[in-house]
Design a protein around this ligand. Structure first.
Ligand code: 7PM
Length: 305
């Protein structure tokens, strides 16, 4: 693909790949620079950050910290999707996320995504200031989700998952994991379009760790260019996930370096958005990957040596 200078800021490049994700709180650049989505789980039971934010005040403070560290998006979630995690009611999920969305929205203009597959949760979250719907079911679990996203004209993240959060890690199985994930995402993009969601508002995501063995995750990382060719911005979320722990034989709190290595590999293989717990460190690592992938941006040139 040919870049004629990042200052032109056209909506699309010559290949049709999207350069921006338009939200109510501004455009998120997704080409020429990788966006970072900071994870803000407001749950008692997430595998890494669960139980850290039992009050909305603590969650809001952590969200402000993610923004200060350079997050381009803050992903607020009220239900853990780790294997076997307890399901929560719509009311409980909203009780967790709404005070946090309201508090962040008052203090910040950083785009906020709501990590939910429930349209009722997404509807209220968006009305209170969320800008993006992050649906780990890719519009499949709630038949009302596609219409809600179309009506609100918000960007949506379509993520691949085999099975459900409860069952997904019981013997995941594929013929060819890359082509199956690619074909699934292509189908869900078509469904989103047929539901009236605009093409420039659709992000795709292979769903690292969602119904995949360690080998499946590694094969998908290798196959990311096959997903990029769908022409939608590509999000990769591998931060502190189990396959990193299995390779390095470390617990979630020791997975920073592995997560940064995966983030860099993802960017060099075509990712446009990286979902991460450790925004400051991920931003720095990804800035290097961005410089390799896209070249220096004006202002970044410093003398050598
Ligand atoms: C087990 C699996 C435990 C996954 C925790 C998680 C993603 C996401 C999550 C992702 C998008 C976590 C995750 N992962 N949304 N939500 N992509 N779009 O690390 O990879 O918090 S939950």
């Amino acid at each position: 693909m040919i870049f004629t200078g990042m200052s032109e800021q056209k909506a699309q490049d010559s290949t049709g790949a999207l350069r921006f994700l338009a939200t109510r709180h501004g455009n998120i650049v997704v080409d020429g620079r990788t966006a970072i989505m900071g994870v803000l789980n407001v749950t008692p039971d997430s595998f890494y950050d669960g139980g850290r934010r039992l009050s909305p005040e603590k969650a809001i403070a952590d969200g402000l910290e993610l923004a200060a560290a350079g997050a381009d998006i803050i992903d607020v979630g009220g239900e853990s999707t780790r294997p076997g995690a307890a399901a929560v009611s719509e009311k409980q999920e909203l009780d967790r996320v709404l005070p946090v969305i309201r508090g962040l929205r008052q203090a910040l203009r950083t785009p906020i995504s709501i990590d939910t597959y429930k349209s009722a949760v997404a509807r209220v979250a968006v009305s209170e200031g969320a800008d993006i719907v992050n649906d780990i079911s890719a519009l499949r679990f709630d038949p009302a989700m596609a219409a809600l996203v179309a009506e609100e004209k918000v960007p949506v993240i379509l993520m691949h998952m085999q099975g459900t959060p409860r069952t997904m890690q019981i013997k995941p199985s594929y013929g060819d994991v890359v082509s199956e994930v690619r074909d699934f995402l292509a189908t869900q993009v078509r469904y989103a379009l047929s539901s009236g969601i605009e093409p420039e508002k659709i992000v795709i995501d292979p769903g690292i760790g969602f119904g995949k063995t360690i080998e499946h995750n590694l094969t998908l990382m290798r196959g990311l260019p096959e997903l990029s060719i769908l022409g939608q911005p590509l999000l990769v979320g591998a931060s502190r996930k189990a396959f990193i722990g299995k390779i390095l034989n470390v617990t979630p709190d020791e997975r920073l370096e592995g997560s940064l290595a995966v983030a860099v590999a993802a960017v060099l293989a075509g990712a446009n958005i990286i979902r991460a717990h450790d925004v400051k460190e991920t931003r720095r690592a990804v800035n290097i990957a961005d410089a390799i992938r896209y070249g220096l941006r004006s202002g970044e040139e410093k003398h050598d040596g």
